[in-house]
Write a protein that binds this ligand. Structure first.
Ligand SMILES: [Zn+2]
Length: 365
């Protein structure tokens, strides 16, 4: 089995970090090796050589194992890789989908407190978004200003990027844990004209794992949602909140965090609203398994095939077609429920086939 596509299209580093955060190395090794706690380390007989004495040392705090007999060493993924003779990517998949029990969600390390405090201070110092380059930027992505002004988790600021002295306008989004507390802020650095400052204009501060940016749909926020929609990026989340007026949409700040979210106790359904690219599909696949394994009813929803993500779709949602009496049809006219493939997987918005090409959409004026 080849996982070559992961190496090119998937952010392997981000994926590995998410896997390592989810699985305790002591718990995983402890499934096959009897471990005994000695001070800060756990000791056991090494499975990789004929070990008469306990030569294997495992440190939970370092996420690391090492054998003083045969020099085998590595992290939790390396352990699974080696003991089951898998590639690195196969070992990550095995952890993700196998029988290993993940950690209880969302346990903060003590050092995370400082990072969270900094994120909260940044948020507290930020300003409302009205009449700022941040608003201009979002308008350029297809969002009307009253819709953006309603977003409680968006603000504007002026910050320097990567330690440089010069400050730039910033679109700031707050990510919250399941209890509603801010744990991270995502900053998009902009020009005064509201364009992205550079190719890579995004930086996150604080602790992202498990948290999401909650977007306000047209119908308003629900404090106890039964169905939460999860998507990767901020613009996708805003697009979904605009397109699906009743949906509770949370943006996870990236593919790696999509399967990581701690959901409210009122929630029994999860809709994974993915991107159409390879990494988006992979992230959605992992998320479907994770939430499905935990007993949630899981659906997926992807933009129509001509569009790479939900924002691109939103940018084209105004149809040219009219209803024959000269009235422009609202986009929802074409929404006739979800389409399903042979396996029962939801394919997303369903359109009459003749309307599925980009030529039938036009950009808003
Ligand atoms: Zn050994």
């Amino acid at each position: 089995m080849s996982y070559g596509t992961y190496e090119s299209d998937w952010d392997a580093h981000e994926y590995a970090a998410a896997i390592k955060a989810r699985f305790s190395i002591v718990a995983v090794i402890g499934e096959t090796v009897r471990l005994k706690k000695v001070g800060k380390e756990f000791k056991g007989r090494c499975p990789f050589h004929d070990d008469k004495t306990p030569s294997l040392s495992v440190r939970e705090d370092w996420g690391w194992f090492r054998c003083f007999g045969c020099e085998a060493a590595g992290d939790v993924i390396n352990f699974v890789q080696r003991s089951e003779n898998l590639t690195f990517f196969e070992a990550m998949r095995k952890l993700e989908m196998g029988t290993y029990v993940p950690r209880p969600p969302l346990t903060f390390e003590p050092r995370d407190d400082d990072r969270i405090r900094i994120a909260r201070e940044m948020w507290a110092a930020a300003r409302p978004i009205e009449d700022t380059p941040a608003m201009k930027y979002l308008e350029s992505r297809g969002f009307p200003s009253p819709f953006i002004a309603d977003q409680e988790n968006l603000r504007s600021s002026n910050l320097s990027i990567d330690g440089s002295a010069k400050k730039h306008p910033v679109l700031m989004a707050a990510a919250r844990s399941v209890d509603g507390e801010i744990t991270a802020v995502q900053c998009t650095f902009l020009t005064e004209e509201g364009a992205k400052l550079q190719e890579s204009s995004r930086r996150s501060y604080g602790v992202i794992a498990g948290s999401a940016i909650r977007l306000q749909s047209v119908a308003g926020a629900t404090s106890e949602p039964s169905d939460v929609w999860l998507c990767e990026g901020l613009e996708d989340g805003l697009s979904l909140a605009r397109l699906y007026e009743e949906a509770t949409v949370w943006a996870t700040l990236g593919a790696g965090n999509l399967p990581n979210i701690t959901l409210p106790s009122s929630c029994s359904e999860v809709t994974i609203a993915g991107d159409n690219d390879e990494s988006g599909r992979k992230a959605s696949e992992l998320a479907v398994r994770r939430y499905g394994n935990e007993g949630y009813e899981v659906k997926t929803n992807f933009p129509p095939a001509d569009f790479k993500d939900w924002n691109e779709f939103l940018m084209h949602w105004e149809f040219e077609e009219e209803d024959g009496e000269g009235n422009k049809l609202p986009w929802r006219y074409w929404y006739d429920g979800d389409a399903f493939d042979e396996e029962g997987a939801c394919l997303g918005l369903s359109f009459p086939p003749e309307l599925r090409t980009a030529a039938n959409f036009k950009a808003p004026l």
